[in-house]
Design a protein around this ligand. Sequence first.
Ligand SMILES: [Zn+2]
Length: 194
Amino acid sequence: MPVLLLNASMQPLNVISRRRLVVLLTKERVAFFDDGVRARVERELAQRRLGDGVIVVRLLRNVVIPRRLLRANRRNLLLRDEHTCQYCGLRTIASELTIDHVVPISRGGAAKTWENQVVACKRCNGRKANHLPAEVHLHLARSPRPVAHEYAHLLFMRHPEVRSAYEELVRSVLPEANRARVAGLSLQPLSSGQ
Ligand SMILES: [Zn+2]
């Protein structure tokens, strides 16, 4: 049973272990959203057998997460671009995908930045070769952005099982006016310059 930890602001922070949950509960640093769920989880923890389903808890005090950028390596680029070719939209397994330098290194493009690297299928990368996208009539689906550690999208890519529980919770707990703000905080990549 995965445990999703939210910041007090409702931003997803991490998927934590059962042991960590017990520590946070003991220190009274987290709250449940529902007393019934709290009672059930406490009973199950006491009996050392947790049931299925995602547990969501929220920190009582907001922690400030520094915007530390992740490295723009292949693994993180695949997560950012959701295993999807940024030119033709093909979504497929990692072994079928390559990393394309938007401005080729041979033409002065940066080798390791988030902004100059995108996921591309083998076919599009072959077509693009040493060109700029426009020269071979390829267009990026979206402008490549840097990704920070707290970016919830990455969390949900790593732990897809907690995503629907989180979305359901946001729908049920937050007034509509705040929903877009929180979803915007957590589900959008950083805009450039942040
Ligand atoms: Zn493609």
